[in-house]
Design a protein around this ligand. Structure first.
Ligand SMILES: NC(=O)C1=CN([C@@H]2O[C@H](COP(=O)(O)OP(=O)(O)OC[C@H]3O[C@@H](n4cnc5c(N)ncnc54)[C@H](OP(=O)(O)O)[C@@H]3O)[C@@H](O)[C@H]2O)[C@@H](O)CC1
Ligand SMILES: [K+]
Length: 481
């Protein structure tokens, strides 16, 4: 699992490392790593390094210092380097001196535009982990003129380091070179960071437990249930799907199909769409009511069940069965409207809630807001449930405080029925006995990979997603076995 640390933790760790390293050493490590990445970037984007033109946008702190030092290193490789100083009186003195000594040029913001126009690559050293708010007007004006690709130092300026939120002008980087450890911005605002490269500056031993995590492909592969030689269709976990209605059977077909494709365990369906589900997925044992469904090891409840009394009865029934439950879509709305349904639940039995922003608002009485990690964490605490907060970056919070952020793979998942497919995946893993937080995070990852496979750069559908699930699992397993 990749660890991600808040800027407060990064700063504390840096403080400890500072105390035991010679002055300027950490910045040298960071800026040398940055210069290697910049040379590599120049090679990739222009086919060479020597003779290329790099412009540094330099703010008033150490982030600008990193850029200036990296510029000095690049001079030694024959790069023409111009630093545009946003606050000349506050530019990092040692970095500026080093750049000038190496033959680099420093100009004011007023003189900046002509250099930006001729740059092969622009380096964003405007602000790093001490950032607050979006770009200030002087920086925003210059960034607006940039047509060359941008490499961000530590993080793209204007994007909030801890929440990834953007509420005004900000830098959109092609590559972000960060130091010591990943920060929340790198996983919460991937479209602003571009490719993220981590430079080791010896900070890891000081960092301790990460506050956020992102599953690696090996974690997903390890989390996915694989039948052993002794297994039969029951022992792998039977998942029950309580979804859909006679008028809207689609959610039932998608959620059941997703569970069928996710593992080789048995899938039961209970609801008004039994005939249609059976016709689409003959391997599903379909009945009309949850009470007739038979024994399952986990329930998926909600997609298309409606928010009236029938839906409420179904939800209350499955919550009372003493098995893990993934409550999705209409089930979330029912819980928000009638929280007493949760009284049916044994609090020790895992519950996974999968709200999108609107459902979150119903559950919590307020929008998730820009700090989606805190939003998910608070909902997980309030409901004593794993909360999978959907969005451009899905955040998965456990009631014990664990947070995972999903790796998005394009926006193709924004299609009708996509959520029904995700709930089927979560249910399949819950039925196999997975830890509910890991189940939700691994399901979200396979869901996004299946989306990318199904789409292949063209629009797809939720049915396409269902069919791509085995290929997504195959790809993940083949990369790790
Ligand atoms: N510590 C370490 O071990 C290492 C740190 N390293 C590097 O140091 C960086 C952190 O440096 P830092 O703390 O000096 O502050 P930094 O982020 O450059 O900000 C400077 C000033 O900018 C201002 N400002 C604020 N918001 C703004 C905005 N929206 N737009 C414009 N300006 C804004 C605000 O000053 P103000 O103008 O408000 O007085 C703020 O104080 C870190 O990201 C990494 O790159 C590496 O070398 C590795 C070793
Ligand atoms: K920056």
């Amino acid at each position: 699992m990749q660890g991600i640390w808040t800027t407060e933790r990064i700063r504390e760790a840096e403080g400890r490392l500072f105390a035991v390293t010679p002055e300027g050493e950490l910045m040298r490590r960071a800026s040398f790593g940055l210069s290697v990445q910049l040379a590599d970037f120049l090679e990739d984007h222009t086919g060479g390094v020597s003779g290329r033109r790099v412009v540094l946008l330099v703010g008033s702190g150490d982030n600008g210092g990193d850029a200036l030092w990296a510029g000095a290193f690049l001079r030694r490789r024959g790069v023409a380097v111009t630093a545009i100083l946003l606050k000349p009186e506050k530019a990092h003195p040692a970095g500026l001196k080093a750049l000038k000594r190496a033959g680099g040029r420093a100009v004011s913001a007023e003189d900046g535009p002509q250099w930006i126009a001729r740059a092969d690559v622009v380096v964003d050293g405007i602000v790093g982990i001490s950032a607050s708010g979006s770009l200030r007007p002087d920086a925003a004006r210059l960034v607006d003129l940039v047509e060359a690709p941008i490499v961000a130092v530590d993080l793209p300026s204007g994007v909030d380091p801890d929440t990834g939120a953007v509420d005004g002008p900000a830098v959109r980087a092609t590559r972000t070179v960060t130091f010591g450890g990943l920060k929340p911005v790198h996983v919460l605002a991937p479209s602003w960071c571009g490719e993220v490269v981590l430079v080791d500056i010896g900070l890891r031993p000081e960092l301790g437990e990460p506050q956020l995590r992102r599953l690696d492909i090996v974690d997903v592969a390890a989390a996915w249930p694989v039948p052993g030689p002794e297994d039969d269709k029951y022992s792998q976990g039977v998942v029950g799907i309580a979804a859909g209605s006679a008028t809207y059977p689609g959610a039932a077909v998608l959620a059941a199909g997703s569970a069928v494709r996710a593992t080789s365990g048995l899938v039961r369906y209970a609801g008004h769409a039994a005939d249609i589900v059976r016709a689409q997925w003959p391997e599903v044992i379909a009945t009309g009511t949850v009470a007739d469904a038979g024994r399952v090891q986990a329930w998926v409840v909600g997609p298309g069940i409606g928010t009236g009394s029938d839906g409420r009865d179904v939800l209350r029934y499955v919550l009372g069965q003493g098995v893990p439950v993934c409550a999705d879509a209409d089930a979330t709305t029912i819980i928000a409207k009638s929280p007493d349904v949760l009284d049916a639940r044994d609090p020790d039995t895992p519950l996974v809630l999968t709200p999108h922003a609107g459902e979150y608002e119903r559950l919590m009485g307020r929008k998730p807001g820009p700090d989606r990690v805190t939003a998910a964490r608070e909902a997980a605490k309030k409901y004593n449930a794993v909360v999978l907060l959907k969005g451009h970056c899905t955040v998965i919070a456990a009631p014990d405080g664990r947070i995972a952020v999903n790796r998005p793979r394009g926006a193709w998942l924004a299609t009708a029925g996509s959520g029904d497919v995700l709930s089927g995946l979560v249910g399949a893993l819950l039925a196999a006995g997975s830890d509910p937080w890991l189940a939700a995070a691994a399901a979200a990852d396979v869901h996004s990979l299946a989306g990318a496979i199904a789409a292949q750069n063209a629009p797809t559908s939720a049915s396409g997603l269902v069919h791509a699930i085995p290929e997504a699992i195959r790809a993940i397993r083949s990369l790790t076995s």
